[in-house]
Write a protein that binds this ligand. Structure first.
Ligand SMILES: NC(=O)c1ccc[n+]([C@@H]2O[C@H](COP(=O)([O-])OP(=O)(O)OC[C@H]3O[C@@H](n4cnc5c(N)ncnc54)[C@H](O)[C@@H]3O)[C@@H](O)[C@H]2O)c1
Length: 379
């Protein structure tokens, strides 16, 4: 029996699934090997995806990744990666503003794509990617990692079994102090907006449970940390969202706060339904929910799943979520089944993010999504 590659302290006791022979697994080639390195390593945790190639412009990154995944072909040429016959799925993990160009090149080369969130971060790119997907017929899964964390998967399965009834209100947040990110990735400081970065998680959760959002009203501000780094974007957001039939969503994000991790997990999603209430948490892997008699039940999976989801004894980066979505997409491709979030849903969620940004910049003025959906051709 084999075990996951040892990439940090800790003994990996969770066995690999080797039921599909190596040659029958779908080959994964990844562009952008910072967060993308996690995707390459996560492939080892799947049943039917194998890491075959990686591309990055930075030679130091290529050298580091080469040590972690010795059998993977590494290159600084994206065209060379796309030309490989053994690459069936391309993973796009470059900075946000490059996603559209890298997705389009992969589609044109006949590949299907997993793209990390946000799939795009501007309206023109959204239109272009949709047009090329339509012309080439290629498929794309948005790597919305939170959906694929074990506690969030349990919450979703219970919701689909009807355990919370009709969802009337969704409350989601993602809070995390991000000083380390500004030093590592300068494009975060002036090339994007936290609405497309951290806020993509709670906003996707709202959209996932409420369905299409009709309008939003949002406010934002800059923390001391953001002001110190000269951040162009707000790094604190508070959002109210409403569906056409009057159901409510509330999303909150704060990326300059001092963490109080024992009291509030960095990501939480609460569903208030007609038949019950539930909450999923990340980093702690807890799913908390009401039972029929009103008892509050806490399911804690952390110690059972820690070797699969993390790279050390307790918490680390999210290998498990990446493995889960790679596995899920490969299964959907192999069986020609539906999957979510696909490209159109990802672009609708991008429109939700863009609406939040517009509203916050206008001091909370409500913004209808219809105009943005029209502009990308999704109405
Ligand atoms: N939970 C999640 O799923 C999650 C978490 C963090 C980041 N992300 C996303 O992952 C993406 C990358 O974020 P990051 O933190 O790794 O950024 P980063 O800036 O740290 O790393 C980007 C990497 O891409 C490489 N790169 C840039 N341009 C390239 C090109 N044209 N061709 C090949 N390589 C190129 C850089 O050399 C660098 O190694 C972003 O879209 C980000 O939003 C997702």
């Amino acid at each position: 029996m084999s075990y996951f590659p040892r990439v940090a302290r800790g003994v990996h006791s969770y066995p690999m699934d080797e039921s599909v022979p190596e040659a029958d697994r779908l080959g994964l080639g990844v562009v952008g090997l910072h967060e993308g390195r996690t995707a390459l390593l996560a492939a080892y945790r799947t049943r039917n995806v194998r890491a075959v190639a990686g591309c990055d412009l930075d030679p130091a990154v290529l050298a580091e990744v080469g040590a972690d995944v010795p059998g993977v072909a590494l290159t600084s040429s994206y065209a060379d990666l796309l030309a490989r016959d053994d690459v069936r799925i391309v993973g796009v993990y470059t900075p946000d503003h490059l996603h559209a160009e890298h997705i389009i090149a992969a589609f044109e080369a006949g590949k299907d794509v997993v793209c990390t969130k946000p799939v795009v971060n501007d309206l023109a790119a959204a239109r272009q990617v949709l047009a090329v997907a339509q012309r080439t017929g290629r498929r794309l899964l948005v790597g919305q990692s939170t959906r694929f964390f074990e506690s969030f998967r349990r919450q979703r399965a219970a919701y689909e079994r009807g355990e919370v009834g009709d969802v009337e209100v969704v409350e989601a947040h993602y809070t995390h102090r991000m000083d380390w990110y500004y030093d590592r990735a300068p494009w975060i400081v002036d090339g994007t907006d936290w609405v497309y970065l951290g806020m993509s998680h709670p906003l996707d959760l709202l959209r996932w449970y409420l369905g299409p959002i009709e309008s939003v009203s949002a406010v934002g501000s800059r923390s001391a940390l953001a002001r110190r780094h000269g951040l162009a974007s707000y790094d604190v957001y508070s959002v109210n969202a409403m569906t056409a039939d009057g159901r409510l969503g509330r999303a909150f994000g704060h990326y300059g706060m001092h963490e109080l991790a024992r009291a509030r997990n960095s990501i939480e999603c609460l569903l208030y339904g007609s038949a019950g209430t539930s909450m999923a948490q990340y980093h702690d892997m807890r799913y908390v929910h009401t039972a029929d008699d009103g008892t509050e039940i806490v399911e804690d999976m952390l110690y059972e799943y820690r070797h699969y989801h993390f790279n050390n004894e307790v918490h680390g980066m999210h290998y498990g979520e990446f493995a889960n979505y790679l596995q899920y997409f490969a299964d959907a491709l192999a069986t020609d089944s539906d999957y979510s979030p696909g490209l159109a849903e990802g672009i609708e969620t991008f429109c939700l993010m863009a609406a939040v940004r517009e509203s916050a910049r206008a001091g909370g003025r409500p913004v209808e999504l219809a105009g943005l959906l029209d502009q990308v051709g999704l109405t």
